[in-house]
Design a binder for this molecule. Structure first.
Ligand code: 7TS
Length: 441
C-alpha cells in the first residue's frame, strides 16, 4: 500500500515513485499493493461514458472536482425518495431516519480520518468554509497583534485569504515557507528558522493543487506542536486520494471537501482536535447551535453542533458517507499508489516533449501535472485540448502568489483520479503534441 510521503529532491532510487519516501510521516502501515481492476471501476461512473466534440471524454480535471460513482448518486436519490425530513427537530419517523443517517455520516467521517470522536467532526460547505471557520471563530480569540501565522508559498487562496482577513482584524502578520523553484518542494531543514516564538499557527496544504507536491505534514505538525504552535492542514487534494489519519498527522485542524473525493459539491468536513473545539467560540449564530436563547443572550451547545447553525446539507452528509464507503471499498492505499503511478507516468511522457516546462517534484508526486508549452498560452492549450475531448484546466488555479513565485501567470494542468488510465494519458500526450504542431512549435 502506498503512503503519501514525498521524496527528497534529486534522490533517485530504483523503487517505484510510491515506494520512495524520505522524511515525513507514515499515513498508514505499509501493506503490499493489492490488485484492483481499475478499468472495471470506470463502469461505476456513468458520466465517463460519453463523447465530447466527437471524441471519447478524457476527464483530467479531477483536482477541480471528481466525478461521482453510481453508489453516491443512488444514496442521494434514495434519501430524497424515502427519508427526506429536517434533522434534530421532529419526533416523526422520517425526521428520526434523516437524523440517524446524518449523524451516522459524522461517525463514518470520524472513522475515515481516525479521529478520536465523532464530536471532532464538523460538517461544512467544503475546505474553504472549514478554513474560514477556524480563522473567524478560533482566530480572533487566540491570534493577537504581533503574532505570526505561518503558511507556505504553495497555498490555495482559501488557505491564504482567510488568514489575511484575520491579520487585518488582529494586527497579526503572515509569513511563508519558501519552495525551491519549479520543483515545488519545501525545505524541512529551514523550518526551525521560521518557527519563531511569535508564530501561533501553522496552516499548510497536504498536497499542492498546482505542483503535485506531497508535503510531509506529520513532521511539520510535530515540530510546530513542540513549540506550542497550533496546526491546520488543508486536505482538499489528499482526502480520498490516500489514507488520512489525523492522529498520525497530529494536526489540530484539518479541512476537506466532499466533491473532490467522489462526493457532492457544497459539502465538507472540518476536523478539530477536541481541546481546540472546546475553546473555540461559535462561528455562525442560528438554529440548532444553541442550548437556550433569551432576548439579550444565548448559551451554546458543545462541539460539533455549536459550529453548525441552521439546517445542514443532510443529503450532502449521506452522499459523503456513501463516497467514503466506496473509496474504502477500493482501498485508499491502492488509490494513492495508482494516483502516483499515473502522475509519474504523465510527468515522464510529457518530459519527452520538446518546448515544455514542467512544474512540481520529479519523483513522489501526486496524480497531477502542471506545465507550460513554449509560446502557447495555457488557456489556448486547454481550449484546443477540449476539442479533442480532453478536459484540462488552465489558469492560476487559485494559486496567484505561487504563480508569481514561479514567475508565470498560469499553467495548464492535467489531474487524475483512479478511474483514469495510462491509455488516456497516452492520448492526452498525443493531443499536446498536436497542439504544439498546430501552433507551429
Ligand atoms: N485547497 C486546495 C489545496 C484546493 O486545491 C482547493 C480547490 C481548495 C482548497 C478549495 O476547495 P473548495 O472545495 O472549498 O473550493 N482547488 C481547486 C482546483 O485546483 N481547481 O479548482 C478548485
Amino acid at each position: 500500500m502506498a503512503d503519501l510521503r514525498p521524496n527528497p529532491p534529486n534522490k533517485m532510487t530504483d523503487r517505484s515513485p510510491a515506494e520512495n519516501h524520505a522524511g515525513g510521516q507514515r499515513l498508514t502501515a505499509m501493506l503490499p499493493h493489492q490488485a484492483v481492476n481499475w478499468s472495471a471501476l470506470r463502469q461505476d461512473f456513468p458520466i465517463l461514458d460519453q463523447q465530447v466534440h466527437g471524441h471519447p471524454l478524457i476527464y483530467f480535471d479531477n483536482a477541480a472536482t471528481s466525478q461521482k460513482p453510481r453508489m453516491v448518486l443512488d444514496a442521494l436519490l434514495h434519501y430524497y425518495e424515502r427519508d427526506n425530513a429536517n434533522v434534530h427537530r421532529g419526533i416523526h419517523e422520517l425526521s428520526n431516519r434523516a437524523t440517524a443517517a446524518f449523524e451516522a455520516a459524522r461517525v463514518r467521517a470520524a472513522k475515515f480520518l481516525n479521529a478520536r470522536s465523532a464530536d471532532e467532526i464538523i460538517f461544512t460547505r467544503g475546505t474553504t468554509e472549514g478554513i474560514n471557520l477556524v480563522a473567524a471563530a478560533w482566530g480572533p480569540k487566540f491570534i493577537q497583534r504581533g503574532d505570526k501565522i505561518l503558511l507556505t508559498e504553495m497555498e490555495h487562496h482559501s488557505n491564504i485569504v482567510p488568514w489575511q482577513l484575520l491579520a487585518e482584524r488582529t494586527g497579526a502578520q503572515l509569513a511563508f515557507l519558501p519552495i525551491n523553484g519549479d520543483r515545488g518542494l519545501l525545505d524541512p531543514g529551514r523550518l526551525d528558522e521560521f518557527l519563531t516564538s511569535d508564530v501561533k499557527l501553522l496552516a499548510m496544504t497536504h498536497i499542492s493543487n498546482s505542483l503535485g507536491t506531497i508535503n510531509p505534514v506529520a513532521e511539520y505538525c510535530e515540530r510546530a506542536r513542540r513549540r506550542g504552535i497550533v496546526t491546520l492542514i488543508d486536505a482538499a487534494q489528499s482526502a480520498g486520494h490516500g489514507p488520512l489519519d489525523v492522529q498520525e498527522i497530529g494536526c489540530d485542524f484539518l479541512a476537506f471537501s466532499a466533491h473532490k473525493m467522489c462526493g457532492p459539491t457544497g459539502f465538507g468536513v472540518l476536523y478539530g482536535r477536541g481541546e481546540r473545539l472546546a475553546e473555540t467560540p461559535p462561528y455562525q449564530g442560528g438554529g440548532e447551535m444553541i442550548l437556550s436563547v433569551d432576548f439579550q443572550q444565548s448559551t451554546w451547545k458543545p462541539a460539533p453542533h455549536r459550529f453548525e447553525a441552521g439546517t445542514p446539507d443532510i443529503s450532502g452528509a449521506i452522499a459523503l458517507h456513501a463516497a467514503m464507503d466506496y473509496l474504502d471499498g477500493i482501498g485508499r492505499g491502492n488509490i494513492a499508489h495508482h494516483d502516483q503511478e499515473l502522475g509519474a507516468y504523465a510527468f515522464e511522457q510529457l518530459s519527452a516533449l520538446p518546448g515544455i516546462r514542467l512544474f512540481g517534484p520529479t519523483m513522489g508526486r501526486a496524480g497531477l501535472v502542471s506545465f507550460l508549452l513554449d509560446g502557447i498560452h495555457a488557456h489556448d492549450v486547454v481550449t484546443v485540448a477540449d476539442r479533442s475531448g480532453v478536459a484540462l484546466r488552465g489558469g492560476h488555479h487559485c494559486n496567484q502568489p505561487l504563480m508569481k513565485r514561479l514567475g508565470v501567470e498560469s499553467t495548464a494542468r492535467a489531474s487524475f483520479y483512479f478511474y483514469n488510465t495510462t491509455a488516456e494519458i497516452d492520448r492526452f500526450v498525443e493531443v499536446i503534441r498536436e497542439i504544439q504542431m498546430f501552433f507551429g512549435k
